[in-house]
Design a protein around this ligand. Structure first.
Ligand code: CU
Length: 477
């Protein structure tokens, strides 16, 4: 404008008129977007997401968020002193509209030991708000910002030492909905990946301290969704029905690792890469989420079953906790996915798969000793990573098979667990385990051999399981 006003060149008169007209139109549009009224934001704990915004105008949104420091569950038998936004890890989900004037009230509980602040990546301003929100225990601060850019943003504490405040759980997501909103879906969920660096190794029980050395080396003991091992499995699984559309708001707090976010058995129909507002990728298997970044993924669930959310840096999923579950209810859809149709013997030397008169070939009959030997080989490939090579399990994470009262009490139940998997709490030798074991995708005879091996190893006395036993249990399910 200033340059235009200084202009004295008459040849520019027409363009000046054009510019002024355009400015008037722009101002009129802005008038439609004047801030109207005020409201308190409704915030949710993960995996819940606040309802989508129905307003077609910006308002003043007041956000009240409290920082706390408290001991909580990191895994079964493992506790950690979490620093939180809103009492849980991750912090509460915030949902505002593009153009909203956000008045942020950050309150630090009087029983906190540390000062905290907040850096919202949705903020245009110094420190993302951190420069204005340093809050000592027993104090509150207020600052305001206009949500200029729509998108899905991380927020986190940025008080020194920053890495430690993030590593202890101080992060969450803020969604700035674009003016035009998002297309409607049937389900929305909040999933946040992060790491924990503990004094003890994964699964080591008791109250675990933060380990700065491991954090510097970027070697976490835990990589989890929503703040703890098992927060999205078993009874905590997120759910949907066949035919519904699901939108996941996924954040990665780090503090160090990049996430290769994947849902086993699903394909993301749409990805808003890096949490921006352009649905810019279709038909994606795994999407990369930077530390301090996000992604929005959408997909229709077409078949029933359990779908695992993982970081496909896969040891993190099966050995460090980065595992969640989406349970889809509904009728089987065999035209999309048939399930196991037939199992048969494969003999490469004999010219590949042979089927005699449409019947399966007989499984070779093994002696008891041969079954144990074969079962041991299969155990080392399929079971030892969790239950450990000597069947001793991992305290707080994977129950022992050696001398397990739970296993030895009921062989039919044991078969069912191997075939169908198990999630939810069980008590083994007086210890509660609340993990997730997927069903083992092996033949009836292989499962019989593994169980026979287990019943005759690690000090377990004896027992024999037959393929027919496994087939009977499988048929019951
Ligand atoms: Cu902090």
């Amino acid at each position: 404008m200033k340059n235009i006003h200084r202009t004295r060149n008459p040849f520019r008169f027409n363009s000046l008129i054009l510019f002024l007209s355009a400015s008037l139109i722009f101002t009129a549009c802005q008038a439609n977007e004047e801030i109207r009224g005020e409201e308190y934001a409704v915030l949710t704990h993960a995996p819940a997401v606040p309802a989508s915004i129905e307003r077609d105008y910006p308002t003043k949104v007041i956000i009240e968020l409290e920082t706390t420091e408290r001991v909580g569950r990191l895994a079964d038998g493992v506790e950690y002193t979490f620093w939180t936004f809103g009492g849980e890890v991750p912090g509460k989900f915030i949902r505002v509209r593009e153009g909203d004037l956000v008045e942020f009230h950050l309150n630090n509980r009087p029983d906190s030991k540390m000062p905290h602040n907040i850096d919202l990546h949705a903020v245009t301003g110094p420190g993302g708000g951190a420069a204005s929100s340093f809050t000592a225990p027993g104090k509150g601060t207020i600052f305001s910002f206009t949500a200029l850019n729509p998108g899905l943003f991380i927020y986190h504490c940025a008080t020194a030492p920053v890495g430690m405040h993030i590593a202890n759980g101080m992060y969450g997501l803020i969604l700035v909905e674009p003016k035009e909103g998002f297309p409607p879906v049937d389900r929305e969920y909040y999933v946040m990946q992060s790491e924990f660096y503990t004094g003890g190794a994964y699964g080591e029980g008791g109250l675990q301290p933060f380990d700065m050395g491991k954090a510097l080396l970027e070697t976490p003991d835990y990589v989890v969704f929503n703040g703890s091992v098992g927060s999205l499995t078993g009874d905590n699984a997120i759910v949907a029905n066949v035919g519904e559309t699901v939108r996941l708001f996924v954040g990665n707090a780090g503090p160090n690792l990049v996430s290769s976010f994947h849902v086993i058995g699903e394909i993301f129909d749409i990805v808003y890469v890096e949490g921006g507002t352009v649905a810019n990728q279709k038909n994606v298997q795994s999407t990369l989420i930077p530390a301090g970044g996000s992604a929005i993924v959408e997909f229709r669930v077409d078949v029933p079953g359990t779908f695992l959310l993982v970081d496909h840096s896969i040891f993190r999923a099966f050995n460090k906790g980065a595992l969640g579950m989406l349970t889809v209810h509904g009728e089987q859809q065999p035209e999309i996915y048939s399930g196991l149709q037939k199992e048969r013997v494969y003999l490469p030397e004999g010219g590949g798969i042979q089927v005699i008169q449409g019947e399966e070939l007989p499984v070779p009959v093994l002696s008891g000793a041969e079954k144990i030997e074969e079962g041991g080989r299969l155990y080392s490939q399929n079971c030892a990573a969790c239950h450990q090579p000597e069947g001793q399990g991992i305290a707080g994470a994977f129950p022992p098979l050696a001398g397990s009262d739970y296993l030895l009490a009921d062989s039919q139940r044991a078969i069912g667990i191997v075939v169908n998997g198990l999630s939810g709490p069980i008590v083994v030798n007086g210890e509660t385990y609340n993990g997730v074991m997927p069903g083992v995708l092996l033949s009836d005879s292989d499962i019989a051999n593994i169980l026979t091996f287990v019943l005759n190893s690690f000090g377990n006395e004896d027992g024999e399981i037959f393929a027919e036993d496994v087939a009977r249990v499988r048929a019951q399910h």
